[in-house]
Design a binder for this molecule. Structure first.
Ligand code: CDT
Length: 299
């Protein structure tokens, strides 16, 4: 067996005027708590350094202020330094502005040496391009971010084959299949999911269900582990779901957050358990029929 202890560090809400150094201090406290429980990997949410800014129409400097140009910088350096001191790796979501001025919804994987070991840029961007006044809050990810250009990479880190995705990506079977085909044993992801979905409010009561369903189905159908972590709670008048999860390759939930505040969940996971599924019901080499799946990749 190949056992590691992993942690999900759910963040409660971040106010619009909360400085990054405050969010980082909260994350450092959770990294210490995770380390005390023996965790060697801590997963933080999507866009973890600030409030979820796509809920407003912003322009110019007011928008650019939410993007990171350097990772780490003075505000995030304490997280990298603590990871190195404790010998803990972490996954962090943030808004990235490249030197060429491109904008992505990005996540990085940082090794226990404090060095960036992998990067992913969100592919399935939800929401809309223009301000829509009928909505109680906006979801302008399509306006603010380009579609990720790094594919679905899988990295060797912390003794595992690790893949990443971000929030809305988790609802798409194609995400999980790409990561499964890439050999991922553990997928880590963060999310900001409003409880209220303005285009179909009749689904509001299903938000927690659809969150768990997506992650459990992705794990089972690809025989891999996942750590899926929320930014949760009442944030600037918008309620975000909690429900952070650690899920086994069987699709079973092995750890789950109870509240919507800062909360650490941990589980010992055996990476060799991926074979329970991959060597059997979903043995891709033996049972996949890709010659019949053409429509999936047709535009
Ligand atoms: N951040 C993010 O991708 N949130 C979406 C909200 C629903 S679409 C407006 C999600 O899939 O959870």
């Amino acid at each position: 067996s190949r056992k590691i202890i992993v942690a999900g560090a759910q963040l409660g809400s971040i106010a619009r005027d909360e400085p990054r150094r405050s969010a980082v201090a909260r994350m450092c406290a959770m990294m210490r708590a995770a380390h005390r429980r023996g965790a060697t990997l801590v997963v933080f949410p999507e866009l973890a350094l600030t409030t979820f800014f796509p809920r407003w129409l912003l322009k110019g400097d007011a928008l650019e202020a939410y993007f990171e140009t350097d990772m780490p910088d003075a505000d995030t350096a304490p997280l990298f330094a603590l990871a190195r001191d404790l010998g803990v790796g972490f996954h962090l979501g943030y808004a990235e502005r490249t030197p060429e001025g491109r904008h992505f919804n990005t996540a990085i994987l940082v090794g226990p040496d404090g060095q960036i070991a992998g990067k992913y840029r969100k592919i399935h961007l939800p929401g809309h391009f223009e301000q829509e006044d009928w909505r109680p809050f906006q979801h302008l990810e399509k306006r603010y971010f380009e579609t990720g250009d790094l594919g679905f990479p899988v990295f060797d880190a912390l003794g595992a084959r690790l893949g990443m995705c971000i929030c809305n990506d988790r609802r798409w079977p194609e995400t999980w299949r790409m990561l499964g085909l890439g050999g991922a044993e553990l997928v880590v992801l963060g999310y900001n999911t409003p409880l209220h979905y303005p285009p179909a409010p009749e689904h509001d009561h299903l938000q927690y269900f659809h969150n768990a369903l997506s992650v459990q189905a992705g794990c089972y159908a690809n025989g891999l582990w996942a750590v899926s972590v929320a930014k949760a709670g009442l944030e600037e008048g918008c309620e975000l779901i909690g429900g952070s999860l650690i899920v086994a390759p069987t699709g079973e939930i092995v750890a789950q957050a109870q509240g919507v505040g800062d909360e650490v969940i941990t589980a010992q996971i055996d990476l060799d358990r991926c074979a329970e599924i991959r060597a059997n019901i979903f043995d891709f080499a033996q049972h996949r029929e890709p010659q019949t799946y053409g429509l999936i990749t047709a535009p």
